[in-house]
Unconditional design. Structure first.
Length: 183
């Protein structure tokens, strides 16, 4: 009889696969279970709209993966196994049933103009978020790369010293009913 694995991972999205890679490199045995025919979760390409037009399904945040501690540690191995990034100035867009679309650009002025086409108030909010991001980035990215950033233990963020700068800057605490359910 085969010994049970040290870890069982449900779902074969890129986060699950990264977790499995990391555990395997530390000597763990891992079993991954995925309901779909192919791994990758939302990070995959296919002909989802028109024949012959291949695009990603929902990989717009791969830049976060490319800058992650995991990618830094495993970049050479991932590249040897075929991982490549295709940088673009227009990383993602949404198309609406009425034929309108909203695309995000690396050029702030282009993105702001596109948002303004839908709502001047939303364009102003985008500007405010963009203006504030440099001051928040170090804290946000630090949280994403910390052991404390996980959905299961998000309630710990309320009392973590790592979140103090963010809280002190005026972030809103989680609602009490959410915190209670996660405790």
């Amino acid at each position: 009889m085969t010994a049970p694995p040290d870890a069982i991972i449900i779902g074969a999205g890129h986060n699950s696969l990264a977790c499995a890679c990391h555990l395997l490199s530390r000597g763990w045995t891992v079993a991954i279970y995925e309901q779909s025919a192919a791994p990758g979760g939302a990070v995959k390409s296919g002909q989802y709209t028109l024949d012959g037009f291949v695009h990603d399904w929902a990989a717009m945040n791969l830049s976060l993966f490319a800058g992650s501690a995991f990618h830094t540690e495993y970049a050479a191995e991932l590249a040897r196994n075929g991982l490549q990034f295709a940088p673009t100035d227009h990383p993602f867009a949404s198309v609406f049933p009425d034929g309108k679309w909203l695309g995000i650009s690396t050029d702030r002025a282009i993105t702001t103009a596109r948002i303004r086409g839908f709502s001047a108030a939303d364009a102003a909010a985008w500007g405010a978020l963009s203006d504030g991001f440099p001051q928040e980035a170090e804290t946000i990215f630090g949280l994403w790369q910390s052991d404390e950033f996980t959905c299961i233990f998000i309630f710990r963020l309320e009392n973590s010293p790592k979140t103090r700068p963010w809280r002190d800057a005026g972030s809103r605490p989680l609602p009490a009913d959410v915190t209670a359910r996660l405790a």
